[in-house]
Design a protein around this ligand. Structure first.
Ligand SMILES: *[C@@H]1O[C@H](CO)[C@@H](O)[C@H](O)[C@H]1NC(C)=O
Ligand SMILES: *[C@@H]1O[C@H](CO)[C@@H](O)[C@H](O)[C@H]1NC(C)=O
Ligand SMILES: *[C@@H]1O[C@H](CO)[C@@H](O)[C@H](O)[C@H]1NC(C)=O
Ligand SMILES: *[C@@H]1O[C@H](CO)[C@@H](O)[C@H](O)[C@H]1NC(C)=O
Ligand SMILES: *[C@@H]1O[C@H](CO)[C@@H](O)[C@H](O)[C@H]1NC(C)=O
Ligand SMILES: *[C@@H]1O[C@H](CO)[C@@H](O)[C@H](O)[C@H]1NC(C)=O
Length: 431
C-alpha cells in the first residue's frame, strides 16, 4: 500500500517535472534504480541535443573540474583551485531517487562516492534550481544547533547565534555552497532512515551543484553509510549503465543482503590525507598481454601525501598521472598499428578509421580487471571517430591521484565492502 502511494506520488511528481511517465519507479527493498543524467528518465537531459564532439568536450571539461575537486579533498585543507579561463560546468553523472521528509518529497539526487555529507536544495535557497525540498511542509524536519556533535564533522562550520543554527560552507567543482545542518527522514527505495543529517542548501554559486542535491556515499562520518551502520553496515554496490544504451537504468544496492558472492576482490585502502575517498592499490597495467613501464612512484599508495588510486563514481573518463598514461597510450597505439592518430579535445589517441583495439587490464593487489572495448573506446555517433577514453591527469593538479572513472566501471558490479576492507568487481551487463 505504502509503495503504491509512493508510486503515485512519484507519478504526479513525474508529470510535474515533465518526466517520461514510463519511468515510474522500480525501486524496491534496498535497491534503487540508477539513471544516467542523459537518460530519457532524467530531467537534466540537455534540452538541445549536443553533437557528439560537443558532448565529449563538455564531459571532459566537467571531468577537469572534478579532478581539481578530488585533489582538493585533503584533510584540514579547504582551498580549492578553480580552473581559470573557461567556465566550469560540472554536473553529476548518475542520479537516484530519494524521498525526503514527511510526507515524502521526491528528489533525483546525484550519487557521489567521493563526498560524505548529503546536501539538498531547500526552500528559499538562493541560486538553486526550481525543484527544492520544501522543509516547512515536512513534519519531521529540524535544523541542528551549534552544539550538535555533527557540527564538527562538516567543512567550515560556523554558528548563527541568533538562530542557534549550525551552518557550513564548502566549494564543489566550480561552485560554492552554504547550508544549514539539518535532519529529516530519508527514504531510499522502501528503507526509511529517520533523523538523517544533511545540509539544507541556503545559497549556491556557480553551476557545479547537482540541481536536486547530492547523496554522499564517501567514507567519512556524515556519509549515508556512516549514518546507517545498523541498516547497511557500510556495504553497497552499484552497476552503472552505459549512457548510450537504450535501457538506461542500473542499480544501487544498499546493505550486505543480495550482494554478489562470486566476485573478485582487492583490498580497500584508507588514506588519512583524503579520508572520504575509496583507495585501491593499482600495481600495474597490461595493454594486450604486455605490462607497460610504470615508475612505481606514479602509482604508489602514500598515506603521508595522499597519493594513490581511487575508484570514483563522478568522474567520467579514467585519468592516470602523466608517465602512466603515456606508457599505456604508447603501447595502445603500437598495437592498433594505424599511423594516422588524431586528437579530440583532451583525448590524444583517436582514429578516423575502424580499429581493432587491444584490451587493457588494470592490475590491483589480488585482482586483475580486464576492460573490454566498450569500457575503453568512445565512438562518434556517425561512427567515423574512435578515441581511447582515458587521459592524463591535468597538469594543474599538483598531486598524484589516479582516478578509475565511471566509463571504465560501466556494466560491472562494483562492491564496496568496508567492514572487510575490500572492493569487489564483477562483469554485469546492466544496460
Ligand atoms: C558562508 O556563506 C554565507 C552565506 O553565503 C556567508 O554569509 C558567510 O560569510 C560564509 N562563511 C564563510 C566562513 O565563508
Ligand atoms: C538557516 O540558517 C539561517 C541563519 O544562518 C537562518 O536565517 C535560516 O532561517 C535557517 N533556515 C532554516 C530552514 O532553518
Ligand atoms: C531494462 O532493465 C530492466 C532492469 O533494470 C529489465 O527488467 C528490463 O528487462 C530491461 N529491458 C531491456 C529492453 O533490456
Ligand atoms: C601495493 O602493491 C605493491 C606492489 O605489489 C606493494 O609493494 C605495496 O605494499 C602495496 N601497497 C599497499 C598499501 O597494499
Ligand atoms: C589523417 O587524419 C586527418 C584528420 O582526420 C585527415 O584530415 C587526414 O586526411 C588523414 N590522413 C590520412 C593519410 O589518412
Ligand atoms: C594478473 O595478471 C598478471 C599478468 O598476466 C599475472 O601475473 C597475475 O598473476 C594476475 N593476478 C591475478 C590476481 O590474477
Amino acid at each position: 500500500m505504502r509503495s503504491h502511494i509512493f508510486s503515485l506520488v512519484f507519478l504526479l511528481f513525474s508529470v510535474a517535472q515533465g518526466l517520461n511517465p514510463n519511468c515510474e519507479t522500480r525501486d524496491r527493498g534496498s535497491n534503487l534504480q540508477v539513471f544516467h543524467v542523459y537518460s530519457p528518465c532524467s530531467p537534466f537531459r540537455p534540452s538541445r541535443s549536443l553533437s557528439w564532439e560537443e558532448d565529449v568536450l563538455q564531459t571532459q571539461a566537467k571531468d577537469q573540474a572534478r579532478l581539481q575537486y578530488l585533489s582538493s579533498l585533503v584533510a584540514k585543507k579547504s582551498v580549492v583551485p578553480i580552473a581559470s579561463g573557461r567556465q566550469i560546468v560540472q554536473s553529476p553523472t548518475y542520479i537516484v531517487r530519494a524521498n525526503i521528509g514527511t510526507p515524502p518529497q521526491t528528489l533525483l539526487m546525484a550519487m557521489d562516492t567521493s563526498n560524505d555529507a548529503a546536501w539538498i536544495p531547500c526552500t528559499g535557497c538562493i541560486g538553486c534550481s526550481s525543484t527544492v525540498f520544501d522543509n516547512a511542509k515536512s513534519t519531521t524536519f529540524q535544523t541542528l544547533g551549534c552544539q550538535a556533535a555533527q557540527c564538527n564533522q562538516v567543512p567550515n562550520p560556523s554558528c548563527d547565534a541568533t538562530a542557534n543554527s549550525c551552518v557550513f560552507n564548502m566549494t564543489y567543482g566550480g561552485s560554492t555552497i552554504a547550508a544549514n545542518l539539518s535532519q529529516d527522514t530519508i527514504t531510499l527505495a522502501t528503507d526509511s532512515v529517520p533523523s538523517y543529517t544533511f545540509g539544507c542548501l541556503q545559497k549556491t554559486t556557480g553551476n557545479s551543484v547537482p540541481p536536486q542535491g547530492l547523496l554522499g556515499l564517501g567514507r567519512g562520518p556524515l556519509s549515508l553509510l556512516s549514518q546507517t551502520q545498523d541498516l547497511y553496515q557500510s556495504t553497497f554496490s552499484y552497476c552503472l549503465p552505459n549512457f548510450r544504451s537504450s535501457n538506461f537504468s542500473g542499480s544501487l544496492r544498499l546493505g550486505p543482503v543480495g550482494q554478489p558472492l562470486k566476485i573478485k576482490y582487492t583490498p580497500l585502502l584508507k588514506n588519512p590525507r583524503r579520508p572520504s575517498l575509496y583507495f585501491v592499490n593499482l600495481t600495474g597495467i597490461l595493454v594486450g598481454s604486455k605490462a607497460v613501464d610504470i615508475p612505481p612512484s606514479a602509482i604508489a599508495f602514500n598515506p603521508t601525501t595522499g597519493s594513490g588510486t581511487i575508484i570514483d563514481s563522478g568522474t567520467v573518463f579514467t585519468r592516470l598521472v602523466e608517465p602512466v598514461y603515456a606508457s599505456v597510450r604508447d603501447e595502445f597505439r603500437r598495437r592498433v598499428k594505424v599511423t594516422n592518430v588524431t586528437s579530440l579535445g583532451g583525448f590524444d589517441t583517436c582514429y578516423n578509421v575502424p580499429i581493432v583495439a587491444p584490451t587493457i587490464t588494470l592490475m590491483f593487489t589480488g585482482m586483475n580487471v580486464t576492460l573490454p572495448q566498450d569500457n575503453l573506446l568512445i565512438h562518434s555517433t556517425a561512427g567515423s571517430i574512435t578515441c581511447l577514453a582515458m587521459a592524463s591527469a591535468p597538469d594543474n593538479v599538483n598531486s598524484v591521484l589516479n582516478v578509475i572513472a565511471n566509463m571504465q566501471q560501466q556494466n560491472h558490479r562494483i562492491l564496496f565492502d568496508v567492514p572487510n576492507s575490500r572492493l569487489g568487481v564483477a562483469r554485469e551487463p546492466c544496460s
